[in-house]
Design a protein around this ligand. Structure first.
Ligand SMILES: [Cu+2]
Length: 81
């Protein structure tokens, strides 16, 4: 048997303002995936949302917001599910 699995990853949905084109969404994707603890970030330009999969306990709304703002965009809402 393999080692016991780590805790199940969690998902946050971030609504982002200021994205206009695929280069924008790529920039946001890169900013989010570079956060320690983030496993995956899928950014939808059309829906203006990022779906962020992360390891429990390693991500806060402040960290998500900071990454997006530093990339040059705004956060309009964050939902943890
Ligand atoms: Cu753009």
């Amino acid at each position: 048997m393999n080692a016991p699995p780590a805790q199940d990853p969690l998902v946050a949905t971030v609504t982002i303002g200021g994205m206009h084109c695929p280069a924008c969404s790529a920039r946001v994707t890169k900013a989010l995936t570079s956060l320690p603890g983030v496993l995956q970030a899928e950014v939808s330009l059309e829906q203006r949302q990022a779906t962020v999969t992360y390891e429990p306990g390693r991500i806060t709304s402040e960290l998500l917001q900071q990454a997006v703002v530093e990339a040059g965009y705004t956060v309009e809402g964050i939902e943890f599910s």
